[in-house]
Design a protein around this ligand. Structure first.
Ligand SMILES: C[S@@+](CC[C@H](N)C(=O)[O-])C[C@H]1O[C@@H](n2cnc3c(N)ncnc32)[C@H](O)[C@@H]1O
Ligand code: SF4
Ligand code: SF4
Length: 351
């Protein structure tokens, strides 16, 4: 989070004319993979009929551009954006309107043609979910429903970006589990061979409700080994882990107790705190319904961008909801580390 976002929130708190900075759009719940750790992957249907229509999406994007939204973030929660047939048109429209585009994708649909299209349309950031530079490990953790290997599609995409000197920025999302934690050094090496790859976002396995959670999650010994791998890689420029494995000095001292969220659970901080996230990110579900926040996929029935313009929703209908969270966010104790940190940063800057 940069200073500009904080400034925008400060002004937005007293002036509803200031719209959200980012719109996070869930485009579809359909997915062609069944990743072992993704609850969505096991439950999502492949029915695209309930997804928001292209027409409604385009109207929203035009509203967003007029409302001075800066970023459109596609597909960060569930489902695979490339399962939508109109995905290329959506990306093109985002860039035509001068918005900044970020997408999270499983990478299986990527290829040389898409690399060229993204370069030509000026797409900004692509987060590719890649857990290992070893294709067989990637396919074990993130298998395709049709069992077809797709690792090579990601390589073809990255090779093309490199060859055509593309400006598209790539971030690799890496979820750490028993199957891949020892491969992090080779994945860093892989990333170092591509200049478009900015960094690896090394993510913790979340969701303790997964039935196979214990089969995937690192045990205490493995966690110790993994933190020593992180310490060994500390000078690698492309390693990114946002303190979500604990502070480096704690890891270096082997002090796992002090490393944040060691049990991989969300915070159980007791006191109710205030939340400003809905002042800079507006999250929208696949059916057009507004969601409570980027972390929880809880819709707010009645608040739907299909029936109401973005500006009306923001300025009239959602206003009290946003204000109530800045007084007391009851969900704060279940909030994830990153959003909690962002909230604390805003609070520190407000007073
Ligand atoms: C749910 S996916 C949606 C976008 C796209 N289908 C993809 O896989 O990139 C978004 C990100 O969440 C990550 N993810 C899924 N399940 C997770 C879990 N249990 N813990 C941590 N990250 C998870 C994925 O690896 C991916 O990087
Ligand atoms: S590709 Fe993404 S949405 Fe699909 S199952 Fe995997 S993590 Fe979940
Ligand atoms: S406190 Fe956290 S969980 Fe609650 S609305 Fe804010 S960001 Fe979402």
């Amino acid at each position: 989070m940069d200073k500009q976002t904080i400034e925008r929130v400060k002004i937005g708190l007293v002036n509803p004319e200031i719209g959200p900075e980012t719109i996070a759009l869930m485009l579809t719940k359909a997915c062609n993979l069944r990743c072992l750790y993704c609850l969505g992957g096991k439950t999502v249907s492949s029915d695209l009929a309930s997804d928001i229509s292209t027409e409604d999406l385009f109207r929203l994007l035009r509203d967003a551009s007029e409302f001075k939204v800066k970023d459109i973030n596609l597909g960060g929660f569930l489902g695979e954006p490339f399962c939508r047939k109109d995905i290329i048109d959506i990306m093109q429209e985002i860039k035509r309107l001068g918005l900044r585009g970020t997408m999270t994708t499983n990478g299986s649909f990527l290829n040389s043609e898409i690399a060229k299209f993204m370069t030509d349309c000026g797409w900004d950031i692509m987060r590719i979910s890649l857990d290992s530079a070893d294709a067989s490990i990637q396919h074990i953790l993130r298998p395709a429903i049709n069992q077809k290997p797709y690792f090579q599609n990601i390589v073809e995409f990255l090779d093309t970006l490199q060859r055509i000197n593309s400006k598209v920025r790539i971030i690799l999302n890496v979820v750490i589990s028993k199957n891949n934690f020892r491969n992090l050094p080779s994945l860093i090496e892989f990333a170092n061979s591509y200049k478009n790859i900015e960094f690896l976002d090394v993510l913790k396995l979340m969701n303790t409700e997964l039935s196979n959670y214990d089969d995937l999650q690192l045990n205490t010994e493995e966690l110790k080994e993994f933190t020593s791998i992180l310490v060994m890689l500390k000078n690698e420029k492309k390693l990114g882990y946002q303190d979500n494995w604990g502070k480096l000095e704690d890891l270096e001292n082997g002090n796992l107790q002090n490393a944040a969220d060691i049990e991989f659970k969300t915070s159980n901080q007791g006191d109710f705190k205030r939340c400003f996230v809905n002042y800079y990110i507006l999250s929208i579900d696949t059916n057009g319904e507004i969601m409570k926040c980027p972390q929880y996929q809880m819709g707010m029935p009645g608040f739907n961008i299909k029936n109401t313009s973005l500006v009306t929703l923001w300025q009239d209908e959602l206003l009290r909801f946003r204000q109530s969270l800045t007084e007391n966010a009851p969900c704060y104790k279940k909030c994830c580390t990153i959003l909690r940190k962002e909230n604390e940063l805003i609070m520190d800057n407000l007073y």
